[in-house]
Ligand binder design. Structure first.
Ligand code: NDP
Ligand code: 8X3
Length: 251
């Protein structure tokens, strides 16, 4: 029987690429994000691949909206096999002493609290069925702290810790928990980080070959397609031209 995957942040980048890759492999999909128009376009694209798709438009920061959307799923969508906690963002890149508390709240509320709200809604069903796989998209920023990365790095360190915590809490219930930590992936990530400044965003990916979202989708498919007794705990994936959060080989 086909599996069901729920992807947060499927309207762009890694989440969208993961939806396409899972659909190629006959996984039915619940796709989520805040941009309804993009969800509709993606739903149509996925359905052309002959999978069933449910599009849910909500903000992961809004606990009531998360509960409402995920607590009232149609019967045929309730047995979620795979949860991809992908929705996330960086806002700003600057020193802590000059930081903007609105940016901090946006990152903490999305990357940490949003991930918690969605997991809290979905994990009990997995525990009850003694089956499921939660995949958290962390970052190299959850392994290292880099100049001006402060709060974004803190949120991804929190994802690293929460991934370990989930694995412990769900150990007795046969729920797999994986973290995938990418280095630089060219998506809308930097455009969002630099508040829409396209030239600054493009500069991040100049002079070397960055990862693309499909590279991370490959990793996601690899981890979900392992046999039942195998769990990939943690995967750090970098461009060949990147050795650490700050060290790039640029031509
Ligand atoms: P994108 O900006 O392309 O995609 C981010 C996705 O998150 C969008 O679909 C967006 O949808 C969704 N999202 C953001 N905020 C919310 C919210 N409040 N509620 C619901 N959905 C939300 O970036 P990426 O694909 O690169 O980012 C995906 C994940 O990968 C993030 O967690 C990011 O931190 C992580 N990551 C990215 C790396 C990179 O270099 N690109 C490297 C390491 C990790 P919408 O706007 O429609 O709500
Ligand atoms: C995104 C990668 O290095 O900009 O998580 O933090 S980085």
């Amino acid at each position: 029987m086909s599996k069901i995957a729920l992807i947060t942040g499927a309207t762009s980048g890694i989440g969208e690429a993961a939806a396409l890759r899972l659909a190629e492999n006959k996984t039915n999909l619940i796709i989520t994000g805040r941009r309804q128009e993009r969800l509709t376009i993606l739903k149509n694209k996925l359905e052309e691949r002959n999978v069933r798709v449910l599009a849910l438009c909500f903000d992961v920061r809004d606990e009531l909206a998360v509960k409402d959307a995920l607590g009232n799923l149609p019967e045929e969508w309730r047995k979620i096999d795979i949860l991809l906690n992908n929705a996330g963002l960086a806002a700003g890149l600057g020193t802590l002493q000059e930081g903007d508390s609105d940016d901090w709240s946006l990152m903490i509320d999305t990357n940490v609290k949003g991930l918690l709200y969605v997991t809290r809604a979905i994990a009990p069903g997995m525990v009850e069925r003694k089956s499921g796989h939660i995949i958290n998209i962390g970052s190299i920023a959850g392994k290292e702290v880099y100049p001006n990365g402060n709060v974004y790095c803190a949120t991804k360190h929190a994802v690293d810790a929460l991934t370990k915590a989930m694995r412990i809490d769900m150990l007795a219930h046969n729920v797999k928990v994986t973290q995938i930590c990418p280095g630089a992936v060219e998506t809308e990530f930097s455009l969002v980080r630099f508040h829409g400044d396209r030239s600054r965003a493009e500069h991040v990916y100049e002079g070397y070959e960055s990862l693309v979202a499909a590279d991370i989708a490959d990793c996601i498919w690899f981890v979900v397609s392992r046999p039942p007794h195998v769990n990939i705990n943690d995967m750090v994936v970098m461009p060949t031209a990147q050795a650490s959060a700050t060290l790039f080989h640029k031509e």
